[in-house]
Design a protein around this ligand. Structure first.
Ligand SMILES: NC(=O)c1ccc[n+]([C@@H]2O[C@H](COP(=O)([O-])OP(=O)(O)OC[C@H]3O[C@@H](n4cnc5c(N)ncnc54)[C@H](O)[C@@H]3O)[C@@H](O)[C@H]2O)c1
Length: 319
């Protein structure tokens, strides 16, 4: 029997790749998105498919939601400049939107995969970060609308699980990259690649000694699908690539070489509350989902670089 998925944030970077993967796997998919940071063009491949429907909707607002076997709840601003522009909206999306989705899933008997984030760990004292670590988050800083919004969504999910036996699986997503990322949303890989291809200076925040670990989008989406398909999971699951940890300065040098070597590397002030290290412990994902990333970082970077280059050539630099 065909399984049905409701994907919120379907026109975004991760959501649109998830939609494509589910359609390939034979799911029937309904995507909803308010197009605040997502782009209709991300769904160009999905739209003609008979098992796909799209509705422009805001997860915070009232109105009926389509029923589904699985709700993948990914709707939320995700890049620091975008969520810091609209902190109240970001909190509402994660609080009110998640509550609506959980209530809907509970009423219709759906299971939920909640797209949470490694930002729930804040600026961590523990490396790599296991799911048992409670985090070190500034609750009132400029990033708190996102970090605390996601922590609230996790708390809400846990309450629905305990009190109402809702089947929610929490994916703590670490930095993910790949084609379809918006070039203007300030995420480091696309930022550097766009600067490199334009021949502009590559702007490294601080000394660049801070590290990130980057997971290629196809691997991440595979983790989300596996998380939806296994037996109920008790507690959150980290999804990310622990083998691709790199300092931001190393990344800038790699990108400079990949984009023709014309850019100089310059240092700019560090953003407030920017974490020093970010690297997932994925032991639980390996055990529970049989999952680990398979795309080498260099290959993912090459594909993303080609995407950025073609977007710039086509003049599609902004949302
Ligand atoms: N990409 C990453 O590295 C990463 C890391 C950790 C967590 N995540 C999480 O994954 C999810 C997707 O992130 P992404 O990178 O694809 O970002 P994105 O901005 O490309 O996608 C988010 C989508 O949600 C939509 N959206 C936002 N608010 C909405 C609302 N109120 N109602 C309906 N739609 C709304 C946007 O229009 C957009 O299409 C987010 O929940 C994000 O927090 C992403």
């Amino acid at each position: 029997m065909t399984r049905t998925a409701l994907v919120t944030g379907a026109a975004g970077f991760l959501g649109s790749h998830l939609v494509d993967r589910l359609l390939r796997d034979g799911w029937s998919v309904v995507g909803i998105d308010n197009l605040s940071t997502g782009r209709p063009g991300n769904l160009a491949g999905a739209r003609p498919r008979s098992h796909f429907r799209f509705a422009k909707r805001d997860v915070r607002s009232a109105g009926p939601l389509p029923t589904a076997d699985v709700v993948f709840h990914l709707a939320s601003p995700a890049s620091p400049p975008r969520y810091q522009e609209r902190p109240v909206y970001t909190l509402e999306t994660n609080a009110v939107g998640s509550q609506r989705l959980f209530r809907h899933a509970s009423a219709s008997g759906a299971r939920v995969v909640l797209g949470s984030t490694s930002e729930v760990y804040g600026d961590p004292e523990l490396h790599p970060q296991p799911e048992t670590y409670w985090g070190r988050v500034n609750p009132i800083g400029p990033r708190s609308c996102y970090d605390e919004g996601k922590r609230y969504a996790e708390a809400l999910a846990s309450a629905w699980i305990r009190e109402k036996s809702l089947d929610v699986r929490i994916a703590r997503i670490f930095n993910t990259f790949g084609p379809r990322m918006a070039l203007d949303d300030g995420r480091v890989i696309t930022n550097f690649l766009a600067q490199g291809w334009r021949g502009q200076a590559i702007t490294v925040q601080g000394s660049g000694a801070q590290s990130r670990s980057f997971c290629y989008v196809d691997d991440l989406v595979d983790g989300l699908v596996r998380l939806a398909e296994v037996a109920p999971v008790d507690g959150p699951v980290n999804l990310g690539n622990p083998d691709a940890e790199t300092t931001v300065l190393e990344l800038a040098r790699t990108v400079r070489a990949l984009t023709g070597g014309r850019s100089e590397i310059v240092h700019v002030p560090r953003a407030a509350d920017d974490p020093d290290r970010r690297c997932p412990d994925i032991a639980r994902a390996r055990t529970l989902l049989g999952w680990s990333p398979t795309t080498p970082f260099a290959e993912g970077l090459r594909r993303t670089s080609e995407y950025v280059r073609s977007e710039l050539a086509a003049g599609k630099e902004s949302r």
